[in-house]
Design a protein around this ligand. Structure first.
Ligand code: SF4
Length: 401
């Protein structure tokens, strides 16, 4: 009998906020000059707590540590080699735990040692690049992109596998086709991430986007994906395509996202404070400190209970009457607290993009021949097979460094 796949949890590890860039949308803006970094001992304590909690579970767990900043590659490579060695010792003997280390980098700080670290030390690499818009600038306001493109070439020459993350803003909204063609030509998986809240009011004033614009961009991207010969994994679009296909097939087991049962992402601030993904950095929702507190105590905290209840409320208001619920797990509403608050929502985030995007994909699949059968219970779907064959880089929960 086939083994059930391990349940995945992402720990987003803010190793240090220090950064050489000042991307204009960065939500860490006030902290980017702060050189504080996690110490090896603090990281040991975090691993010890993670190993104890997931090691006590009966089911297998896949623990993905997403190294994040600031710019994590400003830290000396020795920090990572040493902490990876200690990590191996701490997790040793726990056969049902799979631990991976991935890094999200702006790829502006690169030398031979760091190339070796990315190739031989990390299990996955995400590169932040918007391709259009000029928002990823250094302290002097100079666009970093030419350097990042040159460093991407160096990584390819060195045989380092990597994916891309591009932030969707007013500055590149109309270049979605070119963005897709860039990644298609490179054969790279990527995440297109709609602009997220910044560090202060009006930070995004001249490049903000509306929910309708996000929807339009993703519909364009979906059309391009269906016309392409390449099986690129595009996050989050792959999930929407899978939801549409499931809905068309009509005979697969429904899936419902249950954050209470399994927390898929925990954000760890540089000082060890842990948060759920929807309310990261909100002091009112701090679970506790992972350097000093076991994971079971963090997950049993009163602030996590409030965070989970808020997720459940968003799902109840948006998903319960949605025709796609079960084909779509409701993950987007559970894990996203702040994107699209419509006038009808009375201050509660509503599903504006996802539902219409899944509907658009469903209609396109029906009309395109990619969905080969007719009606419910139809046979295998070419599109889904292509998705299954696509490389699955760890792009799902990263945001740009
Ligand atoms: S409301 Fe949105 S998130 Fe919820 S099931 Fe429907 S498409 Fe998915």
């Amino acid at each position: 009998m086939a083994e059930t796949p391990a349940r995945t949890v992402h720990y987003i590890v803010k190793v240090s906020k220090f950064c050489n860039l000042r991307c204009r949308y960065c939500y860490e803006m006030p902290e980017l000059g702060n050189r504080d970094a996690m110490s090896l001992d603090q990281l040991d304590r975090m691993y010890t707590h993670i190993a104890a909690y997931y090691g006590a579970q009966e089911e297998r767990s896949r623990i993905v540590l997403v190294w994040h900043g600031g710019e994590p590659l400003i830290q000396e490579p020795e920090l990572y080699w040493e902490t990876f060695a200690r990590q191996k010792k701490i997790f040793a003997g726990r056969e049902h735990l799979q631990v991976e280390n991935v890094v999200q980098t702006n790829l502006t700080v690169l030398d031979e040692e760091r190339i070796r670290l990315l190739r031989d030390g990390f299990d996955g690499v995400g590169v932040s690049i918007d391709l259009f818009g000029g928002l990823r600038v250094n302290l002097a306001g100079k666009d970093s992109q030419a350097r990042v493109l040159a460093n991407m070439d160096r990584l390819r020459e060195a045989g380092v596998q990597f994916g891309g993350i591009s932030v969707l803003t007013r500055r590149n909204l109309h270049q979605v086709k070119k963005i897709f063609r860039f990644y298609e030509k490179m054969g790279m998986s990527f995440r297109l991430l709609p602009l997220f809240p910044g560090a202060f009011e009006d930070q995004h004033a001249d490049f903000s986007i509306t929910a309708d614009e996000v929807l339009k961009a993703f519909c364009t991207l979906a059309d391009l994906w269906m016309e392409s010969d390449k099986a690129l994994n595009i996050v989050p679009l792959s999930g929407h395509i899978q939801a549409a296909v499931r809905h068309l097939r009509g005979h697969t087991l429904p899936t419902f996202y249950n954050r209470r049962e399994w927390e898929t992402a925990i954000m760890v601030n540089t000082n060890g404070d842990a948060f759920g993904y929807p309310e990261a950095y909100d002091a009112a929702y701090r679970y506790g400190n992972i350097f000093t507190t076991p994971v079971d105590a963090l997950l049993a905290s009163e602030s996590r209970e409030r965070s989970v209840k808020a997720s459940e409320m968003r799902m109840a208001l948006s998903c319960a009457r949605c025709p796609y619920f079960g084909s779509c797990s409701g993950y987007y509403m559970a894990e996203d607290n702040h994107q699209y608050v419509g006038p009808e929502a009375q201050g509660i985030a509503m599903c504006v993009v996802e539902k219409q995007l899944v509907r658009h994909i469903e209609e396109r699949l029906k009309g395109s021949g990619l969905f080969t059968g007719a009606g419910r219970g139809a046979p295998a779907v070419t599109a889904l097979e292509r998705l299954d064959a696509a490389p699955q880089e760890n792009l799902s929960l990263s945001v740009p460094a």
